[in-house]
Each structure stands twice: as structure tokens, then as C-alpha cells.
Design a protein around this ligand. Structure first.
Ligand code: 4NP
Length: 156
């Protein structure tokens, strides 16, 4: 398998995309496939730059065995060259990524997380920031399902 560089993207890079990074990285580790993947996450806003993930996201993540240590960083121009796949969580993320991509080749790397769903029905991974506990649990459910689908799609 060719090495794959995957960037997960959301708005703040403190809830959904660092969670996606952790879920996908665990799947990669569980398959002993660390040499084949580079995984990172970034945000379309720089508002939370340098911050750990939101404490609510970290708490729900820990309950399922994930420790989130990523520090928020904004999407950079070079990311569109460095990464093979750039995966947005919702339609607004996709719109923003498409606006920032400079070439058709860069635009072709952009995907929706929901494109890789398996069991669960989802159009997008909704922003949990202004919601309650159930929203964070829902995000992890959606990410576990779609990251498993992503791994399967990349290794078949
Ligand atoms: P994320 O969630 O995009 O999943 O990291 C959000 C985090 C922060 C804000 C919005 C969404 N915010 O408005 O600060």
C-alpha cells in the first residue's frame, strides 16, 4: 500500500477533526499499519490555535478509550499539496475547502467524512459545540463508523 497522508478538517479543530484524527489513528494502530499512514487535523478558523480539544470532547473521548492531545492549528496552503485526502465534516467545511484549493488537483483531494459511512445514515458530522452530551456521543458514533469505512476504502 502507498503511504497515505490524511487531513481531517472542521471549523475550530477542537471537537470533530481531532476526534476523527484519534479514531482513524486507532484503527491504523490496531491494524499495525502506522508505516502506511500519516494522519493530522486542522481547522478552517484559527480562533482556537494552540488549544487542546474542547474539554467536553476530551471527556467523551476518554470514556471510549481515546486520549486527545492534538493542538488546534489552522489549515495551511501547503496542506493541499502535502496531504492526499482532505476530509471535511460538514457542507460548510467542504465549501470553505473548495474555496481555498488553488488547483483542480488540490480540489480533487477534498472529501466529505459522510462519504465513507458504513452502518449509520449521515449526511454530515454536525458541530457539537453549542449542544449537550448527546451531540458529542453522536459525533464519536459517526466518526467510528465513517473512519472504519475510510480505512476499508483505502486498504481494499
Ligand atoms: P469543531 O467545533 O469545528 O468541531 O472544532 C467548533 C469549535 C469551536 C467553534 C465552533 C465549532 N467556535 O465557534 O468557537
Amino acid at each position: 500500500m502507498c503511504p497515505k497522508r490524511i487531513l481531517f478538517v472542521c471549523l475550530g479543530n477542537i471537537c470533530r477533526s481531532p476526534m476523527a484524527e484519534a479514531v482513524f489513528s486507532k484503527i491504523v494502530r490496531d491494524h499495525g499499519a502506522q508505516a502506511a499512514f500519516e494522519v493530522d487535523s486542522a481547522g478552517l478558523s484559527s480562533y482556537h490555535q494552540g488549544d487542546l480539544p474542547d474539554s467536553r470532547m476530551r471527556w467523551h473521548a476518554e470514556r471510549r478509550g481515546y486520549t486527545l492531545t492534538h493542538r488546534s492549528r489552522p489549515v495551511k496552503r501547503e496542506d493541499f499539496d502535502r496531504f492526499d485526502l482532505i476530509i471535511g465534516m460538514d457542507e460548510e467545511n467542504i465549501r470553505q475547502l473548495n474555496r481555498r484549493a488553488a488547483t483542480p488537483e488540490q480540489r480533487a483531494k477534498i472529501r466529505r467524512m459522510a462519504d465513507f459511512r458504513q452502518r449509520l445514515l449521515l449526511d454530515e458530522v454536525p458541530d457539537p459545540y453549542y449542544g449537550g452530551d448527546a451531540g458529542f456521543e453522536h459525533v464519536i458514533d459517526l466518526l467510528e463508523d465513517s473512519c472504519a469505512g475510510l480505512y476499508a476504502a483505502l486498504t481494499r
